[in-house]
Design a protein around this ligand. Structure first.
Ligand code: ADP
Ligand code: MG
Length: 594
């Protein structure tokens, strides 16, 4: 075949493929146009998962009659004129690609009336061809209707999922925008049924109630925004502080099995970004159970020139000039919010018959600040930039404020749980998780100071491993050495264990090591901690006292005393709770005294 230039129609369809992947991409582009147009109210309507029809109506500025046709031309935009503008973008759109792309793969009807114009315009475009345009009365704003999506590109049509699936993507999208723009009123109607509607009060918490329900919204923790600061010596805005982080994060106890409900906005633009996800997960540190993700809605405000939004046709990926500063700002802010709000899980929550607060009570609660001044006195965190926190990423929760009170050990239940009395009632402590936490912090501290204390074995132990275990061990031998295991190869799949971490005192080193190796092999990864922290938490799991083991009162006292001294006594390194509490108030309620 000779080289030839593609027809306009084919070129348009190819370009459209990049922008419009599925019905929700159309909704995204249209919503963004409405927001850019200054709309206060945005109504979305879909039929058959958006494939049959998508309609977005707004009360924005509208398009002047003389410009309506131009809006459908490729690279036609009212939002950008010079190259310099590209690095100072304050609108969601700027590429001038959405309308022509949508029109290339569907039938579009646009009705619009611009502010200050007497009459409106209707235009119909089918597969990039304008088939009709005439003046028509219309309310101020724009109503755009997209029908028979991908009719002209049957290959794409085949990739569409069930209408219900496509509709749920659209609902997710509308909800995301409702959260990022709480001052706007969004609604979504699917096949004549109102699916979601945001109140438009301007408060993100009200949108959260709509999107996640009152129960979850009530538990969400507000993230305090870090105001930009001027550096006193240079007079310039400090970069790290030029990043402002606003929004809400869930407490560790409210979590999900995937990251779909981790929503990030950069300058109100919804973005998919692994750095941001990672920063948040890191902020939860070990407080979150393995494989679980928090619910997060964060709007990160940065000076426009610090972020390049022109990375991808769908504009849902961005590039940051200083990823490091961004990571730190997000992690620090989220952690400060979390450490400020870390209650011990209370038994009352687990009891089915305990009176649950009524919706009206919750609604009232939502209006009070999340932390009351009383809480603040004892919960006041260290300043987020405290040097201790900067030095060691592992002692992340150093600002941990909900320390354990002094506890008096009373006994043991089922050879697994320690019962203790504290100033506010009864405490149950899981001896295994508690010991894991104690060991974990001990090893991390030893590691930070110099080197983990090791214990030479008088007689080296031989280890016979399976090929898979041997491979796992080989890949991690250096890491294991750094935490105190001295292991030498000794023939095929056989190893000599010469030294172990000193904390291992009582446990069987061979059993423990095999357990660690198995865990490495299965890749059970406690969150996205550093490989070393992961290894250390796995070491602790293998050597901590197990459930079912009888402990003397003395041993229990020692364990609880050491737990009290840890920085994050409430969870084990894998995120499971170490302590649950039944306070006096709950006891009184249960016994009908109140
Ligand atoms: P972009 O948003 O990147 O500028 P689009 O193809 O999405 O490109 O839209 C082209 C132009 O049409 C926009 O720049 C804007 O001027 C106009 N436009 C599109 N949708 C609307 C709307 N809902 N209200 C007002 N103007 C709109
Ligand atoms: Mg646009």
């Amino acid at each position: 075949m000779s080289i030839h230039i593609l027809s306009d129609d084919l070129a348009a369809k190819i370009a459209a493929g990049e922008v419009i992947e599925r019905p929700s991409s159309v909704v995204k582009e249209l919503i963004e146009n409405s927001i850019d147009a200054g709309a206060r109210e945005i109504k979305v309507e879909i039929r058959n998962g958006g494939q049959r029809l998508i309609r977005v109506a707004d009360d924005g500025c509208g398009i002047p009659a003389s410009e309506v046709e131009t809006a459908f031309a490729r690279h036609a935009t009212s939002k950008l004129t010079s190259v310099d503008d590209l690095f100072n973008i304050k609108t969601l759109g700027f590429r001038g690609e959405a309308l022509p792309s949508i029109a290339a793969v569907s039938k579009v009807t646009l009705i619009t009336r611009a502010r200050g114009e007497e009459s409106g315009t209707q235009i119909r475009v089918d597969g990039s061809k304008v088939i009709d345009q005439h003046a028509q009365g219309a309310p101020q704003g724009t109503i755009i209707t997209v029908e028979d999506l991908f009719r002209h590109t049957p290959a794409r049509l085949k990739f569409l999922k069930q209408p219900a699936t496509e509709a749920s993507h659209i609902a997710e999208l509308v909800n995301a925008y409702a959260l990022a723009y709480p001052e706007l009123r969004f609604s979504l109607v699917n096949d004549d049924r109102l699916v979601t509607q945001s109140p438009g009060t301007g408060k993100m918490i009200d949108a959260l109630v709509k999107v996640f329900g009152i129960e979850i919204a009530h538990q969400m923790i507000q993230v305090a925004s870090v105001q930009p600061q001027v550096d006193e010596t240079t007079g310039q805005m400090h970069v790290a502080n030029a990043i402002q982080v606003d929004g809400y994060v869930s407490p560790p106890s409210v979590n999900r099995s995937n990251r779909k409900q981790m929503l990030f906005f950069v300058n109100h633009r919804w973005v998919q970004d692994r750095t941001l996800q990672h920063a948040v997960i890191e902020a939860y540190h070990t407080a979150l159970m393995v494989g679980r993700s928090p619910i997060v809605v964060l709007d990160i405000i940065v000076p426009p020139d610090m972020v390049d939004v022109n990375v991808h046709p769908t504009k849902s990926e961005v590039r940051f000039r200083d990823t490091h500063a961004l990571f730190n700002a997000v992690q620090r802010t989220v952690r400060a919010a979390l450490t400020n709000n870390a209650p011990i899980p209370s038994i009352g929550i687990l009891q089915p018959h305990s009176p649950s607060p009524s919706a009206s009570q919750l609604a009232i609660d939502l209006h009070r600040p999340i932390t009351t001044p009383d809480d603040l006195d004892e919960l006041r965190p260290q300043p987020p930039t405290a040097p201790s926190e900067m030095q060691s990423p592992i002692s992340n929760l150093q600002a941990q404020v909900s320390k354990l009170p002094m506890l008096r050990v009373l006994g043991q239940i089922a050879s697994t749980y320690i019962i203790a009395e504290g100033p506010d009632g009864l405490y149950l402590i899981d001896q295994h998780s508690a010991h894991e936490r104690v060991l974990y912090e001990q090893l991390i501290a030893e590691r930070a100071n110099a080197k983990i204390a090791t214990q030479e074995l008088l007689d080296p132990l031989t280890l016979q491993l399976t090929p898979a275990q041997a491979a796992a061990l080989e890949s991690k031998r250096d890491a294991l050495a750094s935490v105190g295991f001295n292991i030498e190869p000794f023939g095929a799949q056989t190893y000599l264990l010469r030294a172990v971490p000193a904390v291992m005192k009582k446990s069987d080193p061979r059993l423990a090591l095999v357990q660690i190796i198995d865990e490495m092999e299965q890749g059970e990864e406690p969150l996205e901690k550093s490989a070393e922290a992961r290894l250390i938490s796995s070491v602790c799991k293998s050597i901590a006292v197990k459930g079912g083991q009888v402990l003397s009162l003395e041993e229990m006292r020692e364990l609880v005393r050491r737990l009290e001294l840890t920085t994050a006594p409430r969870t084990c390194p894998h995120g499971r709770p170490t302590v649950i509490q039944l306070n006096v108030g709950q006891l009184e309620r249960e016994f009908g005294r109140k």
